[in-house]
Ligand binder design. Structure first.
Ligand code: ADP
Length: 158
């Protein structure tokens, strides 16, 4: 069983995330899309809200399940018998940051990190930009699943 994790903040999940999760699901037996709980960044959505959106938006993939985790990703990997972390690269600046983390995770635990290149269609896309646009009433319908678009609309109405 080749089980991998796609970790992230997913605040909120975007079409770029779904693209990577779907492509990973074609390459591996099981994909766990895992929401990081202990983020230092200030989040718009709670961990449970992020998880619920991720759940809803990955339902179509039969070999994807979702989870949340706190603490070190490599501990989550060990507890769940995961040998590989999938991360995606949108740009050279992603690479600089991701290389360091991947090497640290390997050093800590021997867990491998595999990089997937972002779909060029979504390489400009990030959760923070989506929030920025949604906050000011911009149209995010081509950037996030309809369910997330709705949740963003509700959130900014609050
Ligand atoms: P983190 O804070 O851990 O970077 P994110 O939710 O921003 O969490 O990203 C999770 C993963 O999804 C990362 O590997 C990131 O590179 C990838 N990702 C984010 N946005 C996109 C996108 N538009 N296209 C492809 N991959 C993306």
């Amino acid at each position: 069983m080749r089980r991998v994790v796609c970790p992230g903040s997913f605040d909120p999940v975007t079409n770029g995330h779904i693209d990577i999760i779907g492509r990973a699901a074609r390459q591996y037996d099981e994909v766990i899309a895992a929401v990081l709980g202990n983020v230092s960044k200030r989040a718009l959505f709670s961990v449970d809200e992020k998880l619920e959106m991720l759940d809803e938006c990955t339902r179509a993939f039969t070999n994807v399940r979702t989870a949340k985790f706190d603490g070190l990703l490599v501990d989550f990997c060990r507890e769940n018998d995961i040998g590989t972390i999938i991360r995606s690269l949108r740009s050279v600046s992603d690479f600089d940051y991701e290389l360091q983390i991947a090497q640290m995770n390997y050093q800590l635990s021997g867990v491998e990190t595999m990089f997937m290149t972002a779909n060029p269609q979504y390489s400009f896309l990030s959760s923070s930009l989506v929030k920025e646009v949604a906050q000011h009433g911009g149209d995010v319908s081509s950037l996030v699943p309809p369910y997330v678009e709705q949740r963003l609309r509700e959130k900014y109405k609050e």
